[in-house]
Ligand binder design. Sequence first.
Ligand SMILES: [Mn+2]
Length: 326
Amino acid sequence: MRIKEHFKKLTKKANNIVITTHIHPDADGIGSQIALCMALRKLGKNAICVNEEPLFDRYRYLDPDNVIISLDEYKKNEFAEIDLFIVTDTNSLPRIGTNVQQLVLKSRDLLFIDHHPCPKELQAIHCIDTNMAATGELVGNLIEAVGVEFDQKIALALYTAIIIDTSSFRYPTVTGNTHRIIAKLMDAGVKPPEAFNRINGTKKIGYMQLLGKVLSSAQTTKDETVAWISLSEEMIDFHDSDAEDTHGFINHLLILDNIKVACMFRKIGNKVKVSLRSAVDEIDVGIMAQALGGGGHNHSAATILEGDFNEVVKSTIKKIQAMLES
Ligand SMILES: [Mn+2]
């Protein structure tokens, strides 16, 4: 309730509104910012999305009105004043990128719209609800709260945000509310086969061969409660793919019978990105990632470690086993 009132109040007094999302954005960040921008325009606001990086080609269909522009494009025709700067799908300013961050200083108000864990103090003054399965779900609630009806374009952006962030409705954060919003998005014209295929059914053969190679190297602990896969930048390049393509690989481990924690190790230079997924409600990989210097949700989290790749894999699996035992 407070979140909706806060959003109403801030958007009511704002006219020039800039919306951004985190770097290396996923469909939740992008879909949320696009839907929000379209809805605010329907209310007569000068709203625009400015991102650190240009929109990936694969997401272009989500933005038929071209509401997302680069910082350079924005600078050619910038607002005299920014009344409100909105950040979707993160509550950390460093995560929006070094260049876009400069715009925050020029804005009267700043608002995070997000579902990631954060300190209570921050949560109290922003629209952050960790009970939401996706930022897209929260944005759906906020758009309804300001009295804008979902149209087909807004609906597709939000539907895609939610389907991606819940890995097709499999996570414990999915609730009746998630599906109530989904129902309304379908009523506004979303067709599930089309929406699903546009986001998940546009891969190339190189992607499939990379996935095959990565999965064939999967390993598990003896009891198969922890499973992991590894990949490197070289493998991704060799198969003409990019890192963004590989985010979902880890989810394939979740079909193992005894699996509790799935891990994916990706070599990036002398660093290792460690992604974690929990397969059971009682196990919070967010806490595990925190113990490893990162963070995230209960069911999905990550960290970046330094060191020799094989050493990082070995020691991380050991630490996760120890945390599972305690
Ligand atoms: Mn999200």
